[in-house]
Design a protein around this ligand. Structure first.
Ligand code: EPU
Length: 336
């Protein structure tokens, strides 16, 4: 176990905010987690588990313990001619995992290329992009349940997966489970999923292979989204809102070009990026925070933003969208 005191989280949040935590604690194996769960001091402080901090907005210093998994590595548990079962440490870098799978010809995660984060957080957030989500390939999530001090293994069916959500993100369960490993089932006979947005177009005249799909996704992401090692951001700041069909029909009368994706008979999903663009907010700045020109669903740190600048700009976006479209945008980013 590694413990640091009065530690800067600048490298541990993709907004690049220079906030500090009283303690930063990294566990390196499951034995560390058993030790931690029996430590009275640990439970006397407030604590929070993070991955790469790619979905967090720190509004100030953290007066407690930030916990991070340093369990890395991927090991094959079993395989047959159709698939491979891979157990991955929760601290394993997400895109390295995707790359490893693609190199080995294991399909399922290629659409999720270049998403900043780690395997454990991916399983908690159910990260998604280009028509795929982490849950599609998850078989089990291995956790430590802090309330009882014991290890608990969740089958995928017990993880409550939905759009950017899981059992572990629900109000009652938040912060009560630390993920140690995630078990993925990957296919040796991949079925490609290239119908989302520009992916198929990018692959015109190219063979549809895992590598080419990964490269297409990487190209699209590089064009639309800021590279978090150069410009601080947390990817999409808001979730795409779901509204009822009547609401959509009403809006369509005023905005015939409104984009929408049917969810079911009664509900449609509206791209938040479209709503924000229609409010004329692309490129808008507040302090050091800015609505990203190329993808207005993203708020970026222009270098010297405080967490409060980002939060204030987000609030402006919410108010504008509410006033114009009567839609509540919910942040995807978690405020700390
Ligand atoms: N759009 C605009 N103006 C823009 C950009 C987009 O109107 O400047 C509209 C267009 O109608 C476009 C639609 O928004 O068709 C969708 O845009 P895009 O394909 O870029 O996806 P998104 O819905 O904005 C979601 C995810 C992204 C993910 C992409 C691709 C959420 C909250 N965000 O964004 O996830 O990469 O789809 O699958 O679901 C993230 O979570 O950090 C993230 C980047």
């Amino acid at each position: 176990m590694r413990i640091k005191q009065n530690y800067s989280l600048k490298k541990h949040n993709t907004f690049g905010l220079d906030v500090r935590t009283k303690y930063f604690l990294e566990y390196e194996n499951e034995a560390d987690l058993y030790t931690l769960m029996r430590d009275e001091y640990f439970f006397s402080e407030q604590f929070m588990h993070i991955g790469q901090g790619s979905n967090l907005l720190f509004l100030g210093d953290y007066n407690g313990i930030i916990v991070h998994s340093a369990i890395v590595g991927a090991e094959i548990l079993s395989e047959d001619e159709d698939s491979v079962l891979l157990s991955v440490g929760s601290g394993h870098d997400w895109d390295s995992l995707v790359s490893l799978c693609v190199e080995n010809g294991w399909g399922g995660l290629e659409n999720l290329s270049l998403i900043p984060g780690e395997a454990g957080a991916a399983a908690v957030q159910n990260i998604g992009a280009y028509g795929a989500e982490a849950a599609d390939c998850i078989e089990e999530v291995h956790t430590f349940y802090l309330v009882e001090g014991e290890k608990r293994i969740f089958k995928k069916s017990e993880c409550g997966y939905g759009y950017r959500t899981s059992f572990f993100k629900q109000e009652d369960n938040r912060g009560k489970y630390f993920v140690s490993r995630v078990v993925f089932r990957l296919s040796k006979k991949p079925e490609f999923n290239i119908d989302y947005g520009d992916v198929r177009k990018r692959l015109e005249n190219k063979e549809i292979t895992l590598k080419n799909v990964r490269n297409a996704v990487i190209e699209i992401r590089r064009e639309k989204l800021p590279n978090v090692s150069e410009i601080g951001s947390a990817g999409s700041f808001f979730m795409n809102p779901y509204i009822c069909k009547e609401h959509y029909e009403g809006l369509k009368k005023h905005y015939p070009d409104i984009k929408h994706y049917p969810v079911n008979e009664e509900v449609v999903k509206i791209p938040a990026a479209w709503l924000i663009e229609k409010c004329g907010l692309k490129g808008k700045t507040l302090g050091g925070a800015q609505i990203y020109e190329r993808q207005p669903l993203v708020i970026v740190n222009r270098g010297n933003a405080a967490g409060s600048d980002i939060a204030a700009l987000a609030e402006e976006v919410q108010a504008a969208v509410k006033e114009k479209f009567f839609i509540d945008l919910k942040p995807e980013v978690n405020y700390v």
